[in-house]
Ligand binder design. Structure first.
Ligand code: TYM
Length: 328
């Protein structure tokens, strides 16, 4: 039987954090054998916010290196840079001409991002979800493994595909969101009401995959919890719940067992133990990245190979879409 195809992407806008890892990248790595995999460093999405060109170029390669260090295996997966394949923005334009302003105006991430950065509310930022739909639909993906914050964007991609197929002819697969049961929304350690994010500046907000063991320990020790003293899974206690979820994912223990383990223990011991499992889980990634970072030639090779392998799929889909709308 043919394997189902998954497509997903990540922006090279800052260091990859525990939210990106648990919500998306870890799942890409863990299910590589099960699917045909296409993963993309979405640098064209990154320029919807202001970027320094030299830094963007560097961050793009760094992120690709990080994904390899996390365990993306080129024998099982294709990894490429979005801007290397011209069909992404080209298909997005075809979609643009078939989406109403009203539908686009409902995208909540656009509203959030515009409020955060009122000086640079550009057309690309508004259009961001359309380019994302093009990324996915070009490759006829069956599934899209992402964190919970991408749910609305995926819904839009599905709507775009369904409408196109209805109005012009069968052209696109309708992709299913693949959102993990735990880890889909990792919260900031300092402010558990907000999701962990690359753009938050607080020193204790996010755990980055390249943080040293000391930094990880310090951040977990300072994590915001509450003044109660039982360590139990209770969604209403957001800070504690977030830490417990992180512990649960890395230890694979069930919830009852975790609660038993921490019965009668205080936050000090608990936070140290969470930090320790995270330090151990991230150690091999950091070590592998240290070896890979100097091998820019190898990373370039991997990315070129990835782009060359997936380009024919993108070209075939775009050609079909052009024919359907009468552009050829
Ligand atoms: P980006 O770079 O913001 O995030 C990459 C992935 O990390 C997930 N994520 C989280 N998961 C759990 N908890 C968090 N705190 C957290 N923060 C981020 C995101 O859900 C995402 O899966 N729009 C995408 C990039 C993109 C894309 C695509 C994804 C462009 N085209 C096509 C899938 C398919 C994004 O913002 O990524």
């Amino acid at each position: 039987m043919e394997k189902k195809r998954v497509f997903s992407g990540i922006q090279p806008t800052g260091q990859i954090h525990l939210g990106n890892y648990l919500g998306a990248v870890k799942n890409w790595v863990d299910s590589q054998d099960e699917y045909e995999n296409i993963f993309c460093v979405v640098n064209s999405h990154a320029i919807t916010t202001t970027q320094n060109p030299k830094e963007l170029r560097e961050k793009t390669y760094e992120l690709a290196g990080m994904l390899l260090a996390c365990g993306i295996d080129m024998k099982k997966s294709n990894l490429f840079i979005q801007s290397e394949i011209d069909e992404h923005p080209a298909l997005a334009w075809v979609f643009d001409c078939n989406i109403s302003m009203g539908e686009m105006s409902r995208m909540t991430q656009f509203k959030d991002k515009s409020l955060k950065n009122p000086k640079n509310v550009n057309v690309g930022l508004f259009n961001y979800p359309v380019l994302m739909a093009a990324d996915i639909l070009l490759y006829q993906a069956d599934g899209v493994p992402v964190g919970e914050d991408q749910k609305q964007h995926l819904e839009l991609a599905r709507n775009i595909a369904q409408r196109f197929n209805r109005d012009f002819g069968e052209c696109f697969k309708i992709p299913e969101p693949m959102i993990p049961k735990i880890g889909a929304r990792v919260m900031g350690l300092d402010e558990p009401a907000n999701k962990m994010s690359k753009s938050f500046n607080g020193a204790n907000h996010a755990i980055f995959l390249l943080d040293t063991p000391d930094e990880i320990m310090r951040k977990f020790k300072k994590a915001t919890t509450d003044s109660q003293n039982s360590i139990v899974f209770d969604q209403k206690r957001a800070g504690l719940y977030n830490l417990l979820n992180i512990y649960e994912i890395f230890t694979h223990k069930d919830r009852r067992k975790i609660e038993d383990e921490f019965e009668g223990k205080g936050y000090g011991v608990f936070k140290t133990m969470v930090a320790e499992v995270v330090i151990e889980a991230l150690r091999p990634i950091r070590e592998k990245y240290e070896k890979l970072r100097s091998q820019k030639g190898y990373i370039e090779e991997v990315l070129n190979e990835g782009a060359n392998k997936v380009r024919p799929i993108a070209k075939a889909t775009y050609k079909k879409a052009k024919e359907f709308v009468g552009l050829v």
